[in-house]
Design a protein around this ligand. Structure first.
Ligand code: ACO
Length: 278
C-alpha cells in the first residue's frame, strides 16, 4: 500500500483501488477552498495513474462531508472576488465536471454526515454506499440560501421531484435507509460492513475490462440529455471507438470464448481477461 498526503486530503492506493479521504475531521470534512484545490489535484493525477482502476471517496472521522465550509468558502470570500472565483471554479471542476464522467469507476463510501454541497460529489460518483447510521440533509433552506452550486441540478439527475421537494424545502435530515429508498444512494449497509461492502464492489469492477467500463459510463451519462437521433449516432460511434481503444480486444475474444470455446456464459459472468491479454 502507498500513501499520498496533501494538506486536506490523503490517498491510499492498494490493489488497484485509490481510497481518497477528505481529511478535516474536526470540521466534519467541510469543504474549504483548499479541499477543492487538493481534490482537483488528486483527480487529475489519478486519471493517468496506471496502478489505479477504481476510486473510492470517503471522509475522515464521523462525517463524509459537512458541505461547503460556511466560514472559509462562503463568509471569508464574500469580499474577495478573485479568490472566490478560483475556489468556485475548483469546486465545480472536481465535484461535477471531472467526477461525473471520470474515466474510471467511482464509489462514494459514505461513512457519516453528508450535507448541502456534499450532495454534488455524492451524485457524481457512479455508486454510493452508505453506513446505515449516516445522516443526509439539504440544510440550505435553514439559513437563507438555496441548494446552489450544482446541487439542485444534480438532484434532478438521480431522484424524483417529490423527494427533492421534501429534502430541499423542509431541510430535515434523513437517514441512509431513506436515501436508498429515494435512490439518492445505491444502498445502505450496516456501519461495520461499510468497508467490506465497498471492497466487494471494487473487486467486481476490478475484474472487468477498464476500457469497456469507461465507454459504458460515457454512453449512459452522455446520452441523458440527447434527442434520439444524436443518441443513436453517439452510441454507435462509441461502440466503434471501443474496438480501437480496447487493448484487450474484449469483444472479439469474449465472443470466441462463448461461441467457439464454450468456456463462459456472458449473461452470468465476465469473460476471462487473463487469457485475453494482447
Ligand atoms: N462549515 C464550516 N464549519 C463546519 C461545517 C461547515 N459546513 N460543518 C461543521 N463545521 C465545524 C463546526 O463549526 C465545528 O467547528 P468548531 O469546533 O470550531 O466549533 C466543527 O465542525 C464540529 O461541528 P459540530 O457542529 O460541533 O459537530 P457535530 O458532530 O455536533 O455536528 C454537523 C455535525 C451536523 C455536520 C453540524 O456541524 C452541522 O450542522 N454542520 C453544518 C452542515 C451544513 O449545513 N452544511 C451545508 C453547508 S451549505 C452548502 O454546502 C452549500
Amino acid at each position: 500500500m502507498s500513501r499520498w498526503d496533501l494538506e486536506t486530503v490523503y490517498v491510499e492506493k492498494k490493489d488497484g483501488v485509490a481510497w481518497i479521504t477528505i481529511n478535516r475531521p474536526e470540521q466534519r470534512n467541510a469543504m474549504s477552498p483548499q479541499v477543492h484545490f487538493d481534490m482537483s489535484t488528486v483527480l487529475d493525477e489519478l486519471e493517468f495513474d496506471d496502478e489505479v482502476q477504481v476510486l473510492v471517496l470517503t471522509g475522515a472521522g464521523k462525517a463524509w462531508c459537512g458541505g461547503q465550509d460556511l466560514k472559509l468558502f462562503f463568509k471569508e470570500l464574500d469580499n474577495k472576488p478573485k479568490e472566490r472565483t478560483k475556489a468556485y471554479s475548483a469546486s465545480q471542476y472536481w465535484r461535477w465536471h471531472k467526477l461525473f464522467t471520470y474515466p474510471k469507476p467511482t464509489i462514494a463510501m459514505v461513512n457519516g454526515y453528508c450535507f448541502g454541497g456534499g450532495f454534488t460529489q455524492l451524485i457524481a460518483c457512479d455508486f454510493a454506499i452508505a453506513a446505515d447510521d449516516a445522516t443526509f440533509g439539504l440544510s440550505e433552506v435553514n439559513w437563507g440560501i438555496i441548494p446552489g452550486g450544482f446541487v439542485s441540478k444534480a438532484l434532478n439527475e438521480c431522484i424524483g421531484m417529490r423527494d427533492i421537494m421534501v429534502y430541499a424545502m423542509t431541510g430535515e435530515p434523513f437517514d441512509a435507509k431513506e436515501a436508498a429508498r429515494s435512490r439518492l444512494i445505491t444502498k445502505a449497509v450496516p456501519g461495520d460492513q461499510l468497508e467490506a461492502e465497498t471492497q466487494k464492489l471494487c473487486d467486481t469492477l476490478l475484474q472487468l475490462n477498464p476500457a469497456v467500463l469507461k465507454a459504458t459510463k460515457e454512453a449512459v451519462k452522455n446520452v441523458r440529455n440527447m434527442d434520439d437521433v444524436p443518441a443513436f449516432d453517439f452510441l454507435g460511434s462509441k461502440l466503434l471507438e471501443l474496438q480501437f481503444v480496447d487493448k484487450e480486444n474484449g469483444r472479439a475474444k469474449g465472443m470466441d470464448q462463448f461461441i467457439q470455446d464454450k468456456s463462459y456464459r456472458p449473461g452470468l459472468e465476465p469473460y476471462k481477461r487473463s487469457s485475453t491479454e494482447a
